[in-house]
Design a protein around this ligand. Structure first.
Ligand SMILES: [Mg+2]
Length: 215
């Protein structure tokens, strides 16, 4: 595989879901419970119902500012996001693999998450990435074929010179593939993608080294 740029999704690819869970299912309901003087469990039930009502296909689902406003919480979104900053967990092999890949390739991140989340999550590995794209902040959309195409135009590079690594079948894999990018689907939790995409599944970021020509 001859590529110049390697692109990474963030959640589930570089960083585990712990931090997200803490923000959406701990920090936010905690604030709601405080404000409404209800129990944490009641607040958690309420936020879950509201998240479901909006749904994961709607970009508002991912927008912390939207939810603070929606629940009329008296807290700065930055304060809320930094509360659990220490809980951001990078998958163990990631820093070493990035430090090797960066010797030969331009590395970028393409994630749906809003920029304010990205800045906190990538803090300890930001130095490896030449550019980061937040599709929600930059384009107000989740990842799709058109967004990937817009990104390769921005980078002024042919789609086939980019390899994208993501963990989501639709947003991480199919969308980039439809845009003509090379794609690897990382299946960290062995969800059985191997049968469906036998040539495109990896289980850890270290597997990339065996697939592309690192020499
Ligand atoms: Mg992901």
């Amino acid at each position: 595989m001859e590529v110049d740029i390697i692109s990474f999704d963030i959640d589930g690819t570089l960083i585990d879901h712990n931090y997200n869970d803490l923000i959406w299912y701990q920090a936010l309901p905690e604030e709601l419970a405080k404000k409404e003087k209800i129990t944490f469990d009641q607040a958690l039930k309420t936020v879950k119902e509201e998240y479901d009502r909006v749904g994961e296909r709607d970009y508002r689902w991912y927008d912390i500012k939207y939810w603070i406003k929606f629940f009329q919480l008296d807290i700065d979104y930055n304060k809320l996001l930094h509360k659990y900053e220490q809980e951001v967990r990078i998958f163990p092999e990631v820093p070493l693999v990035l430090s090797e890949l960066v010797q030969k390739y331009h590395l970028i991140c393409v994630s749906a998450m809003p920029r304010e989340f990205m800045d906190i999550k990538l803090k300890r590995i930001r130095t490896y990435f030449q550019e980061t794209f937040s599709t929600l902040s930059d384009y107000k959309q989740l990842k799709n074929k058109e967004i990937f195409t817009q990104i390769d135009h921005t980078l002024k590079v042919e789609p086939q010179r980019i390899l994208h690594v993501g963990d989501h079948e639709q947003y991480g894999y199919r969308a980039a593939l439809e845009a003509g990018w090379n794609v690897l689907l990382i299946d960290r939790y062995c969800s059985g993608f191997q049968e469906k995409y036998p040539d495109s599944v990896i289980y850890s970021l270290s597997d990339i080294i065996n697939i592309i020509d690192i020499k």
